[in-house]
Design a protein around this ligand. Structure first.
Ligand code: NAP
Length: 337
């Protein structure tokens, strides 16, 4: 999508040095959602460059075909497998996971749940859930559950596997509420678009990004007990000039003048992708780490730091809510033992 606002050109500040510091991913298999643009595209490119075998999970589109073509042209030696996966549709996610598992006899080393949408209209998916919550969290919960045996296999064979979720500074705000995880799509507050004064589109987005962090808290807690060889981490990109804002402006969730001004406070998509990339490949990243350019709600850019999961979702009540409602939504139990 071409920018529909005055997108600033922001130079990479940190990306080159960080990537040069990472070890090879040779012999590792990685799956990433949402690689048609933005942080997911940069992560896919970086993983191919580091020598990983790569699964790119995207819904079908010309944009997805173009992104794959560009990756294949840049890395002709890399094995890049494209799997159709529409995160607005649980059946599509199940089918995608089935295909990945079938091609991962030697296990899946890294799953990066990156894809997302922001501040879209109050609409239901065909499964009945909020379009933002199903895309950003519920389908990633299902994908993680379905791919879990392949992650276990990699951990058993190579001593480690990783799940990396993608949250946001938008995680701050209301505490997690069950109604956003239930079949209430299209009935969750309407289309108020004020980012600063509680517009409903932004409250729904905030709940999804809080869910990404709470999901990590659940995984970390369960995995530390059941299988610490599998690590769960979460990252945030600060404010990065990806296609996310183009989609939101196009949907009426942000004004183009404001967005042009706002994005000048951000960073390049390469610098924004460093959090997930370090989660996926940096030996120093530990289970339970939050990785991003600072821990405050104004952490829009800068070198990434590793910080701890935060009390407002890293607590038993939120974990119980997140896990039980997510299992209810996908109609299945996700047991980690
Ligand atoms: N950019 C920022 O400032 C910022 C800030 C905080 C958090 N984040 C998070 O970063 C993550 C990546 O976003 P981005 O900024 O890189 O935006 P982006 O450039 O728009 O990338 C989003 C990706 O998600 C995919 N996606 C959306 N809906 C999908 C669906 N139903 N099924 C499959 N894939 C779907 C998009 O694919 P299509 O081409 O099919 O739409 C695209 O590949 C998101 O989780 C976002 O919440 C970004």
């Amino acid at each position: 999508m071409s920018p529909n606002y005055n997108k600033p050109t922001l130079k990479n500040v940190y990306y080159g040095d960080v990537i040069n510091s990472l070890p090879t991913m040779n012999g590792k298999t990685v799956a990433i959602t949402g690689t048609t643009s933005g942080t997911g595209y940069i992560a896919a490119k970086t993983m191919a460059e580091l020598g990983a075998r790569l699964f790119v999970l995207n819904r079908a589109s010309k944009k997805a075909e173009n992104a794959l073509e560009t990756l294949n042209a840049a890395f002709p030696e890399a094995e890049i497998v494209s799997i159709e996966c529409d995160l607005q549709n649980f059946e599509s996610v199940r089918e995608a996971a089935h295909q990945v598992n079938a091609l991962c006899a030697e296990g899946l080393d890294v799953l990066c749940n990156n894809a997302g949408v922001m501040a879209l209209e109050d609409l239901a998916t065909p499964d009945g859930f909020d379009v933002q919550m199903q895309t950003n969290h519920l389908s990633h919960f299902l994908l993680t559950k379905e791919l879990f045996p392949s992650l276990e296999k990699a951990a058993e064979l190579r001593g480690e596997a990783r799940i990396v979720n993608h949250s946001s500074v938008a995680r701050f705000g209301k505490k997690l509420e069950s109604k956003y995880l239930e079949k209430n799509g299209g009935n969750l507050g309407g289309n108020g678009s004020s980012m600063l004064f509680g517009g409903a589109r932004w409250v729904r987005y905030q709940q999804t990004k809080l869910a990404n962090a709470a999901f990590t808290s659940c995984l970390h807690e369960k995995l530390q007990k059941a299988n610490p060889k599998i690590k769960a981490m979460v990252a945030h990109p600060g404010l990065a000039t990806t296609s996310l804002q183009d989609t939101t402006v196009g949907d009426g969730g942000m004004g183009s003048w404001f967005t042009g001004l706002f994005m000048r406070a951000g960073q390049s998509q390469e610098d924004g992708a460093i959090g997930i990339i370090k989660g996926m490949a940096d030996p120093a990243s530990k289970s339970g780490d939050f990785i991003g350019p600072g821990k405050s709600r104004t952490a829009m850019k800068g070198p990434v730091v590793h910080f701890q999961l935060e009390d407002f979702y890293n607590n038993p009540e939120t974990r119980e809510l997140l896990w039980s409602k997510s299992c209810e939504a996908i109609g299945d139990n996700f047991e980690i033992k």
